[in-house]
Design a protein around this ligand. Structure first.
Ligand code: MG
Length: 385
């Protein structure tokens, strides 16, 4: 039997060409992978990338890493894993509406936080200080390091050997030029629209789930939000008009649902207008553009700025969030110092990692990969606390 009905990669690629916009990144036009390998049989290149991300250890560890609230402090609060899954959902919706490559967009979203240190942004700050003399620490670059080299699971190559376009999406604020010829490099200013969508989906996701988690934990108050944050007041008004009186939890959920919807709609419509005005016909034009093309409208951007400032003042720097994080983060310094003095305690592979990256970077990679709870367990085991 020859199983003619099985759908192969070529057919999926032809489907992309037919279905997607001319400015989308087609998997067929990928710059490819650093290490040559046979192409996937029944998946596109970006679908293979997505599966590799999901099967990585770094992805599974996101479950025990802090997003905003210290990991383990509440079963309903977001972790970095559930944040990532929400980002992927929002990114896919926006990509689909704009006829972009949903698979690439989803892959970038699923991988976008792989490089986060334990204990959220405070953990990142601390590692960056500890690494001051050795090139610093930044989570986007760390995501790249993970997929390019730190994951060791395939016999033929280090890392996950992902396509150039997925790695371009992870580089985020850094223009990703690796592996390109000099003339290709000169042109690059921005990543694909798929990468830009994933980036904005991250923001839409965290604004909204931070509001939700903030209220869940009693740190944010609905009435105060309605008084101080324009987007909240607008969405609340809509909910009241449609449902009248709802109990407070149902009301909160629905307001947040409306907020996500409004933001997604705003990004899709604004971006569609930009794309039309520029008459884009190929992704190479996207990469040569000086500014981001996936944006909110000016009105929404202004409203979001107000929301952002509110979240900083009332949630991210709230003592109930800040202090436990601060305390947890203080574990990283002695742990870093300990492994700098006893690098052999990091396991049998350490010698190789030290030769590849130098001692400080190898220690930093090791600690950055830890989950919050592993930091605590290791600190206890080593008698550091
Ligand atoms: Mg994120």
């Amino acid at each position: 039997m020859n199983h003619d009905f099985i759908r192969g990669r070529e057919e999926l690629e032809a489907g992309e060409k037919q279905r997607l916009a001319s400015y989308a990144q087609l998997s067929q036009e990928s710059q490819g992978r650093v290490h040559d390998e046979p192409p996937p049989e029944w998946r596109t290149h970006y679908q293979r990338d997505r599966d590799r991300v999901i099967h990585s250890r770094a992805f599974r560890r996101l479950e025990y890493k802090t997003q905003v609230f210290l990991n383990g402090t509440g079963d309903h609060l977001r972790t970095r894993l559930t944040h990532t899954v929400e980002v992927a959902g929002i990114a896919r919706n926006m990509a689909r509406a704009l006829r972009l490559n949903e698979d690439l967009c989803e892959t970038i979203a699923l991988a976008h936080d792989l490089g986060h240190a334990p204990f959220g942004h405070k953990g990142e700050e601390t590692l960056n200080q500890l690494m001051e003399a050795h090139g610093g620490f930044e989570h986007n670059l760390q995501s790249l390091r993970i997929v390019e080299s730190l994951e060791r699971k395939y016999p033929d190559f280090p890392g996950l050997n992902l396509t150039w376009e997925t790695r371009e999406g992870l580089a985020k604020h850094h223009v990703f030029v690796e592996g390109l010829t000099a003339s290709q490099r000169v042109q690059l200013k921005r990543p694909s629209l798929e990468a830009q969508v994933a980036n904005l989906a991250d923001e839409v996701a965290y604004y909204n789930h931070d509001l939700d988690d903030g209220m869940e934990s009693g740190l944010l108050d609905e009435q105060l939000l309605a008084q101080s944050v324009g987007v909240w007041a607008l969405a609340a008004e809509k909910v009241d008009q449609r449902f009248g009186k709802l109990d407070s939890e149902a009301r909160r959920f629905y307001i947040i649902r409306c907020l996500i919807d409004d933001m997604v709609k705003d990004v899709v419509l604004t971006t569609a207008t930009t794309i039309e005005a520029l008459n884009l016909t190929h992704v190479s034009q996207v990469r040569q553009t000086d500014r981001s093309l996936v944006t909110y409208s000016q009105m929404q951007a202004k409203l979001n700025l107000e929301l952002r400032q509110y979240l900083y003042q009332n949630l991210y720097y709230h003592p109930d969030v800040h202090e436990p994080n601060q305390q947890a983060v203080s574990l990283l310094v002695p742990l870093f110092e300990h492994f700098m003095t006893h690098p052999e305690q990091m396991g049998s592979q350490f010698g190789q990692y030290e030769r590849e990256d130098g001692k400080a970077r190898a220690v930093c990679n090791y600690i950055a990969g830890m989950t919050d709870r592993f930091v605590v367990a290791e600190s206890q085991r080593l008698g550091l606390i």
